[in-house]
Design a protein around this ligand. Structure first.
Ligand code: FES
Ligand SMILES: [Fe+2]
Length: 373
């Protein structure tokens, strides 16, 4: 890659005890960003939301993706689908935010669509020769779900989601994530490269400093994974989904396996999604890369359905939301400063700690997807 000097890449690929960080261009070059979009973001599966965020027929959620605007939509038949979120006439965006609709009506010239994507109405099109309603429904986006988590891809040839997730479903089986409900989301605009967000999530080296006023120092172990994901476990017999001074209000999920009881799984599901799975809840951090130095982070929080039905749920969930938000903002703040330094003409890749093992693995995963690396 032209923006990555070969000697720097060799140092980044050295054994961990001799390895250095990736060169600055990996995080600052628009050419690298374009190559990542083609070879990674449009090629793999991306997390898009939870099915339970669309509980009722007609519910929709418009999302921004690496491949353009997409809408998740629960049809009148109860099925959740993903479509390109624009009109087949002349391309107006159809839906924004989230809500419920009986028909999707284009705000431009009022073509309309059923909730399963079929074209419903198209005024004054009688004289258009060869016009075929069936061919002018919304464009479907390839979508698969696992335990209520929706993933999409723009690559018709990508191996299925189960192949992508490898042994993640087995590792998380005792959490019964399919029984969870998403009760909270937060969106943060970040002036940093998408990979900094994910690398940060894969080490606890920083937690005693960056998070000294919140979660504090943590110890973790790296777990072996198969498939397109990485995992470390932060060791703590109690859930770390609330801050250390507060006692988690909700009980541990019944039937957690021996490993799951030891702590919280922090994962990166390549390329842009992180699931954090604690003994009583899970939260995701999903990154939408916008430019080499700009990303959007969405944080979402989920609890077992029966917990969300408790009378004291809202009062006690607030402590979880506060922790998830505070820690995410602490991370973004330090990463935005790191991004500024990466733009310095004097920047040189620094040596890695053995606690940066997954930082290195993550960078090399990305590098290996790029042509001529
Ligand atoms: S762009 Fe939608 S009806 Fe014209
Ligand atoms: Fe952090």
């Amino acid at each position: 890659m032209t923006d990555l000097a070969q000697d720097s890449l060799a140092a980044a690929q050295a054994p961990l005890t001799q390895a250095k960080s990736m060169p600055a261009g990996f995080y600052t070059s628009e050419d690298i960003f374009t190559a990542e979009r083609q070879n990674i973001l449009l090629k793999h599966w991306s997390f898009a939301g939870r099915e339970d965020q669309l509980p009722t027929p007609g519910d929709y959620k418009a999302i921004d993706t690496a491949g353009g605007p997409v809408v998740l939509l629960r049809g009148d038949d109860g099925q959740v689908r993903a479509f390109a979120n624009f009109c087949r006439h002349r391309g107006s965006i159809l839906l924004e935010g989230s809500g419920n609709c009986r028909r999707i009506v284009c705000p431009y010239h009022a073509w309309s669509y059923f909730t399963d994507g079929k074209l419903y109405g198209c005024p004054d099109m009688e004289d258009a020769e060869g016009f075929d309603r069936v061919e002018n429904g919304l464009i479907p986006v390839r979508m698969e779900t696992w335990e209520g988590f929706i993933f999409i891809t723009f690559n018709q040839n990508a191996p299925g989601l189960a192949h992508h997730l490898g042994d993640l479903p087995g590792r998380m089986a005792s959490h019964r994530l399919g029984e969870m409900r998403c009760t909270w989301t937060l969106t943060i605009e970040c002036a940093c490269n998408w990979k900094l967000l994910l690398e940060n999530a894969m080490e606890t080296y920083h937690t005693g400093t960056v998070h000294k006023d919140s979660v504090g120092a943590q110890t973790s172990r790296t777990l072996k994974t198969e498939g397109q994901w990485l995992c470390l476990q932060v060791i703590s017999g109690r859930s770390i989904a609330t801050l250390p001074g507060t006692t988690p209000a909700f009980p541990a999920i019944e039937g957690l396996d021996e490993d799951a009881r030891q702590g919280t799984y922090f994962t990166v599901i390549h390329p842009t999604c992180q699931f954090a799975v604690a003994q009583d809840s899970m939260w995701w951090l999903n990154v939408l890369p916008k430019a080499a130095d700009r990303s959007v982070l969405e944080v979402g929080g989920c609890f077992p359905q029966q917990v969300t039905e408790r009378a004291d749920f809202a009062d006690n969930a607030a402590a979880y939301y506060q922790r998830w938000e505070q820690v995410a903002r602490e991370d973004v703040e330090i990463l935005e400063r790191q991004q500024i330094a990466l733009g310095s003409v004097l920047y040189r890749p620094g040596p890695l700690s053995t606690r940066d093992d997954l930082v290195q693995q993550l960078s090399l995963w990305v590098l290996n997807q790029l042509p001529n690396h």
